[in-house]
Design a binder for this molecule. Sequence first.
Ligand SMILES: [Zn+2]
Length: 160
Amino acid sequence: MDIDSYLRAVPKVELHCHFEGTVRASTFADLAAEHGVALPTADVAKLYDYDTIYEFLKIFAMVSSTIVERDDFARCAYESLEDGVKLGNLRYREMFFNPTLHTRRGVPMARSSTDSSTGSGPPRPITACGAGSSPTSTARTRPPRPARWSKTSSPTAATS
Ligand SMILES: [Zn+2]
């Protein structure tokens, strides 16, 4: 068995997977056409070509912009799990999404979570994550300064 086959066969646990980052290129193209989102190329095989993390984050945001309807969330989440199992022997995943990437476009928060009456929507649990909520700006923002601890001060007494 070669190393690539071995690594694919090793059982996987993913503890923080953003499902928008796992959308199939063909699904991205389908959803973009359905929702009128202009793509940078008509060549599906090149949709995920990028050289820097900033280019990746732009594509990530563009993918997110094509996930609009409840069925879009369900399709992307289902295919993500299907691909993880088929391609990488995925056994367990904690799946996340960035609510603000969707809600600031006007997608209701409820649409991105499972409707228990119909069973539609992405499978639970998909957990909201605030990281990367503004991928092109926060990626370059310095993290907040940590509070200073000492024997005589509390964290709220930190100096700036
Ligand atoms: Zn996250």
